[in-house]
Each structure stands twice: as structure tokens, then as C-alpha cells.
Design a protein around this ligand. Structure first.
Ligand SMILES: *Cc1c(COP(=O)(O)O)cnc(C)c1O
Length: 806
């Protein structure tokens, strides 16, 4: 796909003229953006076609990553980088008087996900293509992505994310690949001519699933994989049935909105219908492709691996069974054998309330045939398990259908040959606690795959100043192989390199400071420590612990205005699920504290609080390179892995963390002295649960600092939070502090004090920062997906088709 700058300029002008009948000087940024996008699209489409042909001719085994969320962010810069066009295009555009940054500004974030789960899926898409692995995404093309967040009087307000309104240059609608997906109706089994039972359906609702394909471009390897997102339509044959606008709207609602809640899966018919819709469409299209290979159906597991990302796509299992049984005519035993070999599942949470369950009645009504199949899977599971275990209670705890509910995690586990957690600790907790019963039944299925991040986006693209220091210091091989960042360790005492790294950080901080000024009208000094907590707002992530420490700092300053206080800017980015009242309460409290602190003359600008609106991938790309401190302070055992911890480390932030999720692996990578660990361990948390001895009020009573901080929530110190302050206070004192915030407060404060001391020693800080960057390579998603490919999917990198293979 290589081309020269001159070739680019010629083609760009030609395309602009063809598309808009315009010259560069008259075109708007949007028109220029669309022109560039269309040029790129034409260029990589032939690679997409070639990749597809190679897979087909080699009959290569392919993986399909089913995820109800994808969170790619913007694609233009990342596609340019991976196509190896970035520099050429930047220079070419500059020659035409255009700044590429003005064009990428035009693109809207593709935000078809809530947070970590969706972002992981997108980092994997980038890495799978970049490793030349045959793997594709399968999901939903939501017409509206995650809501846009605004603050009004400190409260979160949600606005619709109409991301498609400006068009989408990357997607291709594939009408010819549409499939039907059926809901509702009645089903019964009848014997066919050969005595086989076949389902007969009545009164089904038939919907059309139309795929929109987006190329997933590998890094400088000419591989282009596919992310297929499905959109609902009314089939022509059914047009006459749905005449009223309202009826049509009900159907179109199916793929209209992303459910903006990644913690409590609320039982809603539309959500369940979404899950089946993209699962059924995806599996039908996989099986249809498989038939073009002309291989026998009972060998499908040699050509297809389906991955279930969290439980939302767990219906893959009964849907695949349905197709094998009803359409391919397999026996139950044959169908089950291939299903197990095809399916694998990643668990993302240990929080019981986030485990997805559906009422039987709902499943039966919406998906009668699928429910029959789930019942039979469950019946056979019980029958088989009874033969294996002495203790019958294990069956009650593991079966799929129980207490009038269908347990999706149980379905996913029973129907998959591989079950993985997303960090070492998390995978251990799955085996020993959360899924212990299943582990005792199927020990060989359990494994760990620590999450990773696409270092291209989070370093090469997001942090150009740092990237350029790295190139000059250790050469450019880290761009292909992030583990080569290790070479930086040779420079940990080289003052010139440390200064260059510090200068890059400084530039990024100035950049963020300018954004903060522009968007929030708050002035912050790049000399201050930039302390960053960016992630979904959730009680277990403990933004409250951070806020309590800030209030303590404020009170220290107020009590002693002339004492020394090292300047710090506390930066937050977080959306709360619209139905999650407590999370919204915390947002309000942070915003009101910010108002108070930022405008108090006694503070003399030494303490600033900035809560940036509408946290998303693009904002993360500006905040992360500018961070000095990375806040990873969830209650031990609650954060499955975390990935913002990895992104921040890679960009030279120093972590303050509990021993939770991948924080433990970060500590192991950088060493105890290069990370600030605090708080109780997961063992201590479980001990408290066991003994039931935690008393939050005792910390309130015995610790005057805690008392003073908590009183600020209810005594008017922080204005405008009468009800919210009380709610927070009660959650800690009356309801005994579910996430042990008060228990960890003292050790958190001490860790923060150590950070300040360390930061004052510039050289020491710079060295620790360097060590963090140098050791971040192990968290490359390239390595993670290679482990999935080898251990779980058994897929291999693409090789050129050779006719000898036949
Ligand atoms: C990486 C990322 C996340 C995940 O953050 P955690 O701290 O791991 O929960 C969420 N949202 C966005 C936009 C991200 O880029």
C-alpha cells in the first residue's frame, strides 16, 4: 500500500474533485476528512479482499470474537498508522496547507461500548490483525452509542450519541449477506420422513439482520480482517405486517441503543433480543461461509472458533446447537461434541450482582426453540453430573436453570472447552471462589489470559513526544515489538534521556492543560503533579477514596494556609450508568468539591480538581500521556484486570494501587520500589466476609482525620450537597461501607504522601517513570491475542496461499 507524497497529493486532489467537485481551498474539514477516508478505504479494500481470499483458499481456521460491545474510538489516525500512510499523508496534507489533526477532529468516536470490556474487544481486533491472525469481530451496529455526558449544576446529564449523523466512511453495508433472525411464536417437534424430530414453527416474527463490515487493518502487514456489526430491518416479505409507524419503531429499536450499564444486567426484553439477534446472525453467517469450503459439517471445529466475550453472547451455545440439530441434521451427541470444541468463554467479573440471569418466562416467550435446547443441555448436565459427584448440592449451584432463571455464566461454562479469567488473581479467584464448583467439575477448562492493550494506539498515536524520544534512544524496533521497550532500562541513570522523557511529559501536560482551559475554563499548572483516575464510575472502583483524600488535603491547607503543600491537580474522567444513583451522587460530590476548592483563595492554586466531561477513548488519548500518577484503587478482589492501569504505566505514570487485578502483575513487572501499593489484600477482604467483623463506624470514631473528612459531607463545608453528602455518609456509616473505603483510607493517605516526597526528588521520579515505561511491553495485546490463538482458538498466522496445499 506504499505510495509517495506526490502520488498522495495527486490522488487526494483527484478524489476531492470527483467527490465534491471542489479544490482544496474551498473544502471544509468534513469534506477533506471524507475525501481522505474514501481514499484510504479504496486502498485497503483490495487488501481486505486479498486477505479474505487467502483465508478461503488456505481453508484457514478462523476465530470469531462475539462481543456485545466494541469501543474503537476514532479510526482515521489508527488506520493511517497501520497502513503505513501516516507520515506520507501528514506531509502531503501539510503541503496543501491542511493539518491532519483538523481532519481527525471531524470524526466522531465510535462508542459502541461502555468501558473496559468494549475497549478490550477493540484492542484485540487491532492486535489480531497486526499479528496476521485470522480473527474477526461480531457485534451490534447501535444507531446510538454510549450517551454523551454533560454536567449541569454538577449533575450528570445524558445526551444521545447520534454518531452516524455525520456518516461513517469505514463501514460497508453488505445487503447480499443479510440473514433472517426469528423471534416469538410457538414451536413443536414433529417426526420427518426419516423419523427424525424436526421443529415446526407458528406465528414467528421474522427480522432481517443486515451486516455492516469494517476493515480491521493490521500493522504494516497488508492484512485486513473484518469487524461485522449487525443492524435490524424489516424483511420485504414482512413489510405488509408492520404498517403503523409505532410497530416499525418497536422493531427498529432492537439495534437502536447500547445498554449503558456494564455492571447490573437488567432484565429487559430488548436487551435479550439484542443478544440473540447478533448471536444468531453471526452464527448463521459463519455456517454459511463454512459450507462454501465444502467440508463435512462434523469437522466444523477444525475451521471455526467462536469466542464468547463475557456472558452476553452465551446464546451462541444453544444457537449453534439449534443449527447443527435442526438444519444440519446432526444427532444431539454429535452436535454437542462440535459445539464444545468450537466455543470458548471469557469471564470478566466476580461480582455476583453483575452475573447475568434471565427469567425463564421471558426466554421461553422470546425464543421458544432456544429455550427447549437450553432445557435439554441442562437436563443432560444434571444427569451427567449426578454420576460424578457425591454432594448433590453442587448441582443446584451449577445447573443452568434454577429458581425460575436461566444462568448465562453457567450456560457459557458448560458449553465451552475453555474458560478464562483476565488477570492472574482474577483467574485464581474464579477457580477457588467464584466458579469453584465448576472448577471441580472441569479443571482442565480453566486458564488465565491477562488482558493487554494495543500499544500502537496508546503509545505510538497518543504520545508522539514520548515515541520520538524512544526512537532516538533505543531505535524503532519497539514499534513492532513492544517488549523491546526493555532496552530503555539501560538509560535509567542517563540524565540526558531522563530529561528528554521529562520534556515529553511536560509537553503532554501542557497539551492537557490547554484542553482543560478550553473545555472547563480551569487554569492548571503543568508544574503540579497530574493525578489521574479515569474509568467508569462505580462504588467498587472507589472514586470516593480519592475524593476523601482530596478533602483531607484541602482541610490541611485550610487549617494551615502557609504550610508547604506540593501542588497537585486531581483529574477525573468517568461516566455513571444512568440508573446508578449512587455513582451519580459521587459525581455531584466531586464536582461540588471542585467548585469549592478551585475557587478558594487560601488554596492559592496548589490544589485543583478537574472532572472532564464525557470520558471516552479520544479523551483518554489526551489525558493518559499527561498523567504523573495513575490511580488504581479498587477494593482488592473486585477489579477483574483493569486496562487503564496498563495504558498509564506505558505512558510513564507512576501507579498508586491496591493488590487487585493486573495491578499485581504491574508490581511484579516493575518491582515493589517502583509502584505504590497500599490497602488490604483480597485475603483480608475474604476474611472480613467470613468473620463478619468489619465495623466502619469504629474507624469513624477512632480516626479524627476520617471523622473530619466525613463531616465535611454533611456539615455544609462542601456546599450544595445536602442530600448527596448525607447519602455518601450513610453508605459508609449506616450501611457499613461495602467497599472498605474507611479501612483503606489511612494507608492510602500514607501512600499519597510517599508519592509527593518522591516527586520532589525529580531524578528519582524520572527514573521510576522510565522503569514503568520500559516494563510495559508485557502488557501488549499482541502477546495476549497470541496466547488466545495458541491455547484456545488454535488458529495460525496467515501464510500466502500456495497451490501445493490444495
Ligand atoms: C481503557 C479504557 C477503559 C477501562 O478503564 P479501567 O480503568 O480499566 O476500568 C474505560 N474506558 C475507556 C474509554 C478506556 O479507554
Amino acid at each position: 500500500m506504499k505510495m509517495t507524497k506526490e502520488q498522495f497529493i495527486t490522488q487526494f486532489k483527484k478524489r476531492l474533485s470527483e467527490k465534491y467537485a471542489m479544490g482544496v481551498e474551498d473544502a471544509s474539514p468534513t469534506e477533506l476528512y471524507n475525501t481522505l477516508g474514501s481514499l484510504m478505504h479504496s486502498a485497503y479494500s483490495s487488501d481486505r479482499h486479498h486477505t479474505w481470499r487467502q483465508y478461503l483458499l488456505n481453508k484457514q481456521k478462523q476465530a470469531y470474537y462475539f462481543s456485545i460491545e466494541f469501543l474503537p474510538g476514532k479510526l482515521m489516525a489508527s488506520n493511517l498508522l497501520n497502513m503505513d500512510w501516516l507520515e506520507t499523508v501528514e506531509e502531503g496534507l501539510a503541503e496543501l496547507g491542511i493539518d491532519l489533526a483538523d481532519l481527525t477532529e471531524v470524526e466522531q468516536d465510535m462508542a459502541l461500548g461502555n468501558g473496559g470490556l468494549g475497549r478490550l474487544a477493540s484492542c484485540f481486533m487491532d492486535s489480531i490483525a497486526s499479528c496476521g491472525l485470522p480473527g474477526n469481530g461480531n457485534g451490534i451496529r447501535y444507531e446510538y452509542g454510549l450517551f454523551k455526558q454533560k454536567f449541569i449544576d454538577g449533575h450528570q446529564v445524558e445526551l444521545p450519541d447520534d454518531w452516524l449523523s455525520t456518516g461513517n466512511v469505514w463501514e460497508v453495508r453488505k445487503d447480499s449477506k443479510a440473514v433472517d433472525v426469528c423471534f416469538y411464536g410457538q414451536v413443536h417437534l414433529e417426526e420427518d420422513a426419516n423419523g427424525k424430530l424436526k421443529p415446526v414453527y407458528k406465528n414467528q416474527q421474522v427480522l432481517r439482520a443486515v451486516p455492516y463490515d469494517t476493515g480491521m487493518i493490521g500493522y504494516k502487514n497488508n492484512i485486513v480482517n473484518n469487524m461485522r456489526l449487525w443492524s435490524v430491518e424489516i424483511p420485504n416479505s414482512e413489510e405488509s405486517k408492520y404498517r403503523s409507524l409505532e410497530e416499525r419503531r418497536t422493531i427498529e429499536d432492537l439495534t437502536a441503543v447500547l445498554y449503558p450499564d456494564d455492571s447490573n444486567a437488567k432484565g429487559q426484553m430488548t436487551r435479550l433480543a439484542q443478544e440473540y439477534f447478533f448471536v444468531s446472525a453471526g452464527i448463521q453467517s459463519i455456517v454459511r461461509y463454512y459450507h462454501t469450503l465444502k467440508e463435512p459439517i462434523h469437522r466444523i471445529h477444525e475451521y471455526v472458533a467462536i469466542h464468547i466475550n463475557d456472558t452476553h453472547p452465551a446464546l451462541c451455545i444453544p444457537e449453534f446447537m439449534r443449527i447443527m440439530l435442526d438444519e444440519e441434521g446432526m444427532s444431539w451427541e454429535e452436535a454437542w461434541a462440535v459445539t464444545l470444541k468450537v466455543m470458548s468463554y471469557t469471564n470478566h467479573t466476580i461480582m455476583a450482582e453483575a452475573m447475568e440471569k434471565w427469567p425463564i418466562d421471558m426466554l421461553k416467550q422470546l425464543l421458544p426453540r432456544i429455550y427447549q435446547i437450553i432445557e435439554e443441555i441442562d437436563r443432560r448436565f444434571v444427569e451427567e453430573t449426578e454420576l460424578k459427584v457425591h454432594d448433590r448440592s453442587i448441582i443446584d449451584r451449577t445447573r443452568i436453570i434454577n429458581h425460575n432463571q436461566v444462568h448465562m455464566a453457567h450456560l457459557a461454562i458448560i458449553g465451552s472447552h475453555s474458560i478464562n479469567g483476565v488477570a492472574k488473581l482474577h483467574s485464581e479467584l474464579l477457580k477457588t471462589v467464584v466458579l469453584h464448583d465448576f472448577y471441580s467439575l472441569y479443571p482442565a477448562r480453566f486458564n488465565n489470559k491477562t488482558n493487554g492493550i494495543a500499544e500502537r494506539r496508546w503509545l505510538q498515536l497518543a504520545n508522539r513526544p514520548l515515541s520520538s524520544v524512544l526512537d532516538k534512544t533505543i531505535g524503532t524496533s519497539w514499534r513492532d515489538n513492544p517488549e523491546d521497550l526493555q532496552q530503555l532500562l539501560n538509560y535509567q541513570d542517563d540524565q540526558k534521556v531522563l530529561n528528554a522523557l521529562a520534556a515529553a511529559k511536560r509537553q503532554n501536560k501542557e497539551n492537557l492543560a490547554a484542553l482543560i482551559k478550553k473545555t472547563q475554563d480551569i487554569t492548571v499548572s503543568p508544574d503540579a503533579i497530574f493525578d489521574v483516575q479515569i474509568k467508569r464510575l462505580h462504588a467498587y472502583k472507589r472514586q470516593l477514596l480519592n475524593l476523601m483524600h482530596i478533602i483531607k488535603c484541602y482541610q490541611d491547607i485550610k487549617n494551615n494556609p502557609d504550610s508547604e503543600f506540593y501542588p497537585r491537580v486531581f483529574i477525573f474522567g468517568a461516566k455513571a450508568a444512568p440508573s446508578y444513583a449512587y455513582a451519580k451522587t459521587i459525581i455531584k460530590c466531586i464536582n461540588e468539591t471542585a467548585n469549592l476548592v478551585n475557587n478558594d483563595p487560601d488554596v492559592k492554586d496548589r490544589l485543583k480538581i478537574v472532572f472532564l466531561e464525557n470520558y471516552n477513548v479520544s479523551l483518554a488519548e489526551v489525558i493518559i500521556p499527561a498523567a504523573d500518577v495513575s490511580e488504581q484503587i479498587s477494593l482488592a478482589s473486585k477489579e477483574a484486570s483493569g486496562t487503564s492501569n496498563m495504558k498509564l504505566m506505558l505512558n510513564g505514570a507512576v501507579t498508586i494501587a491496591t493488590l487487585d487485578g493486573a495491578n499485581i502483575e504491574i508490581r511484579d513487572a516493575v518491582g515493589e520500589e517502583n509502584i505504590n501499593i497500599f490497602g488490604i489484600t483480597e485475603q483480608e477482604v475474604y476474611d472480613y466476609y467470613e468473620s463478619n467483623t468489619y465495623s466502619a463506624v469504629s474507624y469513624f470514631e477512632k480516626d479524627p482525620v476520617i471523622r473530619r473528612v466525613l463531616e465535611a459531607f454533611i456539615d455544609g463545608t462542601i456546599p450544595n450537597i445536602q442530600s448527596e453528602g448525607r447519602e455518601v455518609f450513610d453508605s459508609l456509616i449506616r450501611y457499613n461501607d461495602e467497599f472498605f473505603v474507611l479501612r483503606d483510607f489511612e494507608s492510602y493517605v500514607k501512600a499519597q504522601e510517599k508519592i509527593t516526597e518522591c516527586y520532589k526528588d525529580k531524578r528519582k521520579w524520572q527514573k521510576i517513570s522510565l522503569i514503568n515505561i520500559a516494563n510495559a511491553g508485557v502488557f501488549s495485546a499482541d502477546e495476549t491475542v497470541k496466547r488466545y490463538a495458541d491455547d484456545i482458538w488454535q488458529i495460525e498466522p496467515v501464510t500466502e496461499y500456495s497451490s501445493k496445499k490444495g
